[in-house]
Design a protein around this ligand. Structure first.
Ligand code: F6P
Length: 528
């Protein structure tokens, strides 16, 4: 660990002079009229927007300005963001509560990348598994072209589901392999519905679980395995596992040749770049999967090398802090104007809220500032006919991320013009608002409501990789500013333990345990 690291690791917002300055600035900027600022300051758009290959990010409609950016950059300096980035890429154990490095970037790396963990180079191991994985994908594609494999089912939950299922859907136009399906929920209705339409003779099942102990995944995997067996499938070929727990995959009956491992320096919600992304690679094929990795790697280089001011993930993190901790806007809507990207909000909910939904700081004390914005959203234009009413006229402000693509994702080009018009019009309407006739106050739109517009050239594997890596890095920097541990998820443990304890009670095989009265009543109502 380098000396510089002590600082970012012990940074606390409540001891930061930059934070004090920002709170003071916030009081004057609360009334900033962005409409006026945009019309009066002809440098505003340039200062608050960034252009990367294939991506234009416009945050000029947010309630900030050049002065705020300068103050935020001081905060980033004070918080040691540059050192935190260097330490992450240097393989330090920055996931300190689990004693692990955070090195998912290596999963999209190349042989020339010098990533190390514990002084050991990691790329040879990563490339070996990637090679095996992509050979497996080629084999599945061959079998698919001969009609021997029609479907592949991914069984996993959380990070072992959300990224791959989001990406498979997003890359619909690049599908060249068998159909992919996802089963995650422990509600048996999920697997029942998915398997109902499939033929066990031509279906592969990929069980994806970092730990290979997750209740939901193991319950679904047992059903899927029995379904394959009952259907006369060749388990030695059709059952595949992805995990860090190779003893457990073997005990479950998956051959080592059908098992793809990864290291514990990859967090579940950051894992789709490696074998956890098996179904993405199955869906789009080797070359497109490699482009997906390349897009993410380009963003890694951008994040590592750009100055803070020109660093899109860093500036988005600072904006998120500004909106949440200074402006006091606690939630944040993500609206993909692409039906294929409809699972982006769900994916980001885990990436963001499981990473930064923390109330204990890195120094071990309860933090006294807000962390972890609530992330939510649905695709446009559907969401316009659902919750945009609240975004435009509700009493609270919820900043919006618009995500749109210049190129259409369907053959119906004229509809893409409608789609883009809607996306841009909504961001314009939130900004400009409307003053109605005096006798129609219900028709008034305050306007001056903040949004960021992400305009990509096209929804391709490369740009999807870029988009997701941008958020991964943005989330990390936000965690650094908030002084929290973004890469653990202890908050999900208690519920898991209590659910396991309740199973025998609900099955009626043991007496009811001691619970609070509300829980006892629920248990007695469902107990067999
Ligand atoms: O929800 C908790 C969690 O541990 C997530 O972080 C993870 O992505 C998910 O469960 C699934 O875990 P696993 O891949 O070990 O089955």
């Amino acid at each position: 660990m380098s000396e510089s690291t002590t600082h970012w690791r012990s940074f606390r917002l409540d001891q930061s002079s930059a934070e004090t300055d920002l709170q003071r600035l916030g009081r004057s900027k609360a009334s900033l009229d962005v409409r006026e600022a945009l019309s009066q300051d002809d440098t505003r758009l340039e200062t608050l927007s960034w252009e990367l290959p294939g991506l234009y990010v416009d945050a000029s409609k947010q309630r900030w300005d050049g002065e705020v950016v300068e103050a935020l950059l001081k905060l980033a300096e004070e918080a040691g963001v540059k050192h935190a980035i260097a330490d992450q890429f240097g393989g330090d154990l920055i996931n300190h509560t689990e004693g692990r490095a955070v090195m998912h970037m290596a999963l999209r790396g190349q042989a020339s990348d010098a990533y190390k963990v514990d002084g050991q180079v990691v790329m040879p191991g990563v490339l070996k598994v990637r090679g095996r994985m992509l050979n497996f994908v080629d084999m599945v594609h061959d079998a698919h072209s001969q009609g021997r494999v029609t479907d592949v089912v991914n069984i996993g939950i959380g990070g072992s589901d959300l990224g791959p299922s989001m990406a498979c859907k997003a890359l619909r136009n690049f599908h060249t392999g068998p159909r992919t399906h996802f089963v995650s929920n422990v509600d048996g209705a999920h697997i029942e519905a998915v398997l109902a339409g499939l033929n066990p003779a031509t279906t592969y099942v990929v069980v994806v679980s970092k730990t290979f102990t997750t209740q939901e995944t193991m319950a679904n995997a047992a059903i899927a395995k029995a379904w394959l067996e009952a259907g006369g499938a060749t388990l030695s070929e059709q059952l595949v596992a992805v995990s860090t727990n190779l003893d457990a995959t073997q005990a479950f009956g998956v051959l080592p040749s059908q098992t793809f491992g990864f290291e514990n320096w990859v967090g579940g919600r950051y894992s789709m770049w490696g074998p956890v992304g098996m179904c993405i690679a199955v869906a789009v094929g080797r070359a497109n999967f490699e482009l997906f990795l390349e897009g993410a790697r380009d963003m890694d280089r951008h994040f590592q090398n750009k100055t803070l001011k020109n660093n899109v993930p860093v500036m988005l993190a600072l904006l998120g802090y500004w909106n949440q901790n200074v402006m006091g806007w606690r939630s944040h809507a993500v609206i993909p104007y692409a039906e294929d990207l409809s699972r982006l909000p769900a994916y980001l909910q885990q990436a963001d809220m499981e990473s930064n939904g923390k109330s204990v700081g890195r120094t071990g004390e309860r933090i006294s500032w807000n962390s972890g914005a609530v992330v939510w959203g649905e695709p446009g234009t559907n969401s316009q006919h659902a919750f945009f009413q609240l975004l435009h006229q509700g009493t609270e402000i919820h900043p919006v991320d618009f995500v749109a693509f210049k190129a259409p994702t369907s053959g119906h080009e004229h509809m893409h013009e409608l789609l883009l018009s809607n996306a841009i019009a909504q961001s314009e309407a939130l900004l400009v608002g409307k003053t109605p006739a005096a006798d129609q106050p219900h028709r008034s739109f305050e306007g001056n409501r903040p949004s960021t517009f992400f305009l990509f050239d096209a929804l391709t594997p490369k740009e999807l990789g870029q988009l997701i890596a941008m958020h991964e890095h943005r989330i990390f920097v936000q965690g650094v500013l908030w002084g929290i541990a973004s890469f653990d998820q202890w908050g999900v443990e208690l519920g898991k333990a209590l659910a396991n304890a309740l199973i025998p009670e609900i099955r009626g095989v043991v007496a009811e345990g001691q619970h609070d009265p509300s829980t006892s009543k629920l248990v007695s109502l469902v107990r067999r």
